[in-house]
Design a protein around this ligand. Structure first.
Ligand code: SAH
Ligand code: SF4
Length: 363
């Protein structure tokens, strides 16, 4: 097995069988994969970690994804929308610390009020700071006109996870209706690329019914779509969701965590110059999870800068590290951990994905 993995890591092209073998590696062999991913990261994107301040704008959602704690039908959630003033304060917090970018994430809404509010926020945030901050959106599926309005207002990146690239598994984790449609979601990703967004996707790792083969296909899906950014992390069950009934089918959380690290590393080897976020869900399982993600190939961390009193209501999954204050002390410690993982924080830079420029300009 050892030699097989070392051999595969010499290959310049990885096929599905190779990916399956890499993703199945045990603890000892996986260190070979992690080392290779670290080398490629260093060579292709440099030893930098970029911070993006994450603002969880609202937990109001019109959808009902079967895995998500803030799904529309969960009546136990206290719904909120962060006020404009609080948002600007949070952005200022990020700018004061010289983080080049912010991410605005929310439950999905397509109503005019929401679209207008987001457009207004993007325009305002674009004018903050000496350099225009990078603005990433993670606001679910939208009409192409809405994507365009937000792009024209100043957003440059968009994250829309495919959640699973296997249409059958996608159908098992979503309600069967027009709102939750696999082809539509892919069409959204193409629309984002067409409009000129740096486009990100990702999947949940360790879902019920998911196989290693599915995960290998997920990586090939990202490669085929020529995606610029990836955010992926472990699936963590939430008791007020329909998918919770399958909790006994799940891998132990430590294994979901380990598998997620391997997914990050193998993706770095496969796609080389994309941006890879070290997901918050890694931290929900292991307090040092995000830093470990950095060690094995990720180069983006999204510290949560949503005002603290909203954190408990943005419970996508159980044990989301909602109470950890992203205070200056915490950030200092994070910096130390990042240094231990071999990186420097890319302060004052947007940290755009190099892959995007190659994809669009050919350089
Ligand atoms: N509404 C938007 C953005 C917010 S949800 C959207 O769905 O695109 C952001 C991400 O949280 C989702 O893409 C999903 O991958 C992740 N998520 C939701 N529930 C989760 C769970 N139980 N475990 C792990 N990740 C989860
Ligand atoms: Fe809404 Fe996103 Fe959760 Fe689905 S994953 S229910 S769209 S917040």
């Amino acid at each position: 097995m050892h030699n097989k993995i070392a051999d595969i890591l010499q290959n310049s092209v990885l096929n599905k069988d190779d990916l399956i073998i890499l993703l199945s590696a045990d603890k000892e062999n996986s260190e070979l994969i992690f080392k290779k991913a670290a080398e490629i990261k260093s060579k292709c994107v440099g030893n930098f970690t970029y911070f993006r301040g994450l603002i969880e704008l609202s937990n109001i959602c019109s959808k009902n994804c079967l895995y998500c704690g803030i799904r529309n039908s969960n009546k136990e959630v206290e719904r909120y929308v962060v006020s404009d003033e609080e948002i600007f304060n949070s952005v200022q917090y990020a700018l004061d610390r010289d983080w080049g970018s912010v991410v605005i994430q929310s439950g999905e809404r397509m109503d005019t009020n929401f679209i207008n509010k987001v457009e207004y926020l993007i325009k305002k945030i674009s004018q903050m700071g000496e350099k225009q901050p990078g603005i990433t959106l993670s606001l679910g599926e939208q009409k192409i006109d809405t994507f365009k309005r937000w792009f024209d207002a100043g957003a440059t990146r968009y994250l829309l996870r495919i959640e699973s690239s296997n249409p059958k598994l996608f159908a098992q984790i979503h309600p069967q209706d027009k709102l939750h449609n696999y082809e539509k979601r892919i069409e959204n990703l193409y629309n984002l690329q067409k409009l000129g967004y740096m486009t990100g996707t990702g999947v949940m790792i360790g879902l019920p019914f998911q196989t290693i083969e599915d995960l290998a296909d997920d990586l090939l899906f990202m490669k085929k779509l020529d995606i610029d950014m990836v955010g992926m992390g472990p699936y963590i069950e939430h008791e007020n969701t329909p998918l919770y009934q399958y909790k006994d089918l799940l891998l132990p959380v430590e294994e979901r965590y380990f598998l997620s690290l391997k997914m990050i590393a193998v993706l770095r080897i496969l796609m080389r110059d994309v941006n890879i976020a070290s997901a918050t869900a890694l931290q929900a399982i292991n307090p040092d999870g995000r830093e470990e993600g950095i060690r094995v190939g990720a180069n983006v961390i999204m510290p949560n800068i949503t005002p603290l009193h909203y954190h408990k209501s943005y419970n996508l999954y159980k044990g989301k590290p909602d109470i950890i204050p992203e205070t200056d002390n915490y950030i200092k410690n994070l910096e130390k951990q990042i240094a231990l993982a071999g990186d420097t924080v890319g302060y004052g830079e947007k940290g755009d994905p190099k892959h995007f420029f190659k994809r669009t300009l050919g350089n």
